[in-house]
Design a binder for this molecule. Structure first.
Ligand code: URA
Length: 286
C-alpha cells in the first residue's frame, strides 16, 4: 500500500467517522471518488486528449509536447508522479477544515475532475447544490452548458480538467434554496489547493469562468466585460477570462453566446487546435 493510498484512506475514514458522529446517515459518493479510492496510483496511463476520441472526431487537440507518450497503456515516471501528486493533494483536501463554517455545511469537498495531463483547464468559482451533492464540479445546469461548450470545441469533457477556486459549497444559512458567491477571504484560503492542482497539471491554457473566478484568480476587479477576450497571465500560464455559463443561461442573446464562443476560438488558436469554418461561424447571425 503506497503512502498516498494510505493517506487517502485515512482521510476518508476520518471524514466518514466525523459525519457519523454528526448523525449523518446517508452519503452521496461520486463514481469518480470510488474510482480514486480503487486506483489511487494508476498503473496505466490515464486517458489524455490525444488518446480519447473527441466528440467531433475530425477535431482533436494536440497533446502537450512534454506529455509525449509511447503507448496509451504504458505508464511513465512522469504520469505516475503526476497521479501520485494529485492523489496526495486530494487526500489533503478532502478532510480540509480551514473554513469551519463550510466544512460544517458541505456534503463533501468538490475536488476537481478530468485529465491530469490536460492542456486545458476550466476554473469556476465554487460548487453549487448539485455539485455539493454529487462531488463533481459543473454538473448542474450551468455545468451541462459548459460541457456543450467543450464539445463544440471538438473535445470530450473528460479530456480537459475542471475545478473551482473554492472546493466547498458556500453555505447559505437561513436559505432553503439558491447558492451564494464565495467571498474573497474564502477564495484566498482555498486558492493554494488550486495552485497545486495547476502546478501538477501544467495546462497550456486556463479558462476562468465568470467575474468571481476571474477576480479571485487575478486579484483585480476590472470587470469581466472588459477582461473577457483578452489573454491574461496566471502564474506563468495564459488565462482567458470569459462569461460564466450561468450568465448565458440567464441571458440567451445570440450576441452573448458569440462572445463566449469567440473567447473559446482564441483558446483553440492558442492550443493550435484546428478550427473548421463551421466552428468559426457558430453563433453568428444567419
Ligand atoms: N458554478 C461554478 O462556478 N462551479 C461549479 O462547479 C458549478 C457552478
Amino acid at each position: 500500500m503506497t503512502d498516498a493510498y494510505r493517506q487517502l484512506l485515512d482521510a476518508t475514514i476520518a471524514h466518514v467517522q466525523g459525519l457519523k458522529a454528526a448523525s449523518v446517515r446517508h452519503l452521496a459518493v461520486a463514481p469518480e471518488t470510488f474510482a480514486a479510492l480503487a486506483a489511487p496510483v494508476p498503473r496505466r496511463r490515464e486517458p489524455s486528449i490525444s488518446t480519447v476520441t473527441p466528440i467531433n472526431a475530425s477535431i482533436s487537440m494536440p497533446a502537450k509536447p512534454a506529455a509525449k507518450k509511447t503507448s496509451a497503456t504504458v505508464s511513465t515516471p512522469v504520469s505516475d508522479a503526476k497521479a501520485a501528486a494529485m492523489a496526495d493533494l486530494r487526500a489533503r483536501v478532502l478532510p480540509c477544515m480551514k473554513c469551519p463554517h463550510l466544512a460544517n455545511s458541505r456534503t463533501q469537498v468538490v475536488f476537481g475532475v478530468g485529465d491530469i495531463h490536460a492542456p486545458l483547464m476550466f476554473i469556476g468559482e465554487a460548487p453549487g447544490a448539485d455539485e455539493d451533492e454529487q462531488g463533481e464540479p459543473f454538473i448542474g445546469k450551468a455545468g451541462q452548458l459548459l460541457t456543450k461548450i467543450i464539445e463544440a470545441m471538438g473535445l470530450a469533457r473528460e479530456t480537459v480538467y475542471i475545478a473551482n477556486i473554492l472546493k466547498c459549497r458556500p453555505d447559505t444559512p437561513g436559505q432553503t434554496a439558491g447558492n451564494r458567491k464565495p467571498t474573497p477571504a474564502e477564495m484566498d484560503t482555498c486558492k493554494p489547493y488550486l495552485l497545486e492542482q495547476i502546478r501538477i497539471i501544467q495546462p497550456r491554457a486556463i479558462v476562468a469562468l465568470g467575474a468571481t473566478a476571474t477576480d479571485g484568480l487575478l486579484g483585480k476587479s476590472e470587470g469581466i466585460t472588459k477582461l473577457r477576450g483578452r489573454w491574461q497571465e496566471f502564474h506563468g500560464t495564459p488565462l482567458m477570462p470569459t462569461y460564466h455559463p450561468a450568465y448565458l443561461l440567464r441571458n440567451q442573446a445570440l450576441s452573448e453566446k458569440r462572445k463566449v464562443w469567440e473567447d473559446m476560438l482564441l483558446v483553440m488558436e492558442k492550443l493550435a487546435m484546428p478550427v473548421s469554418e463551421k466552428q468559426r461561424a457558430y453563433f453568428l447571425k444567419p
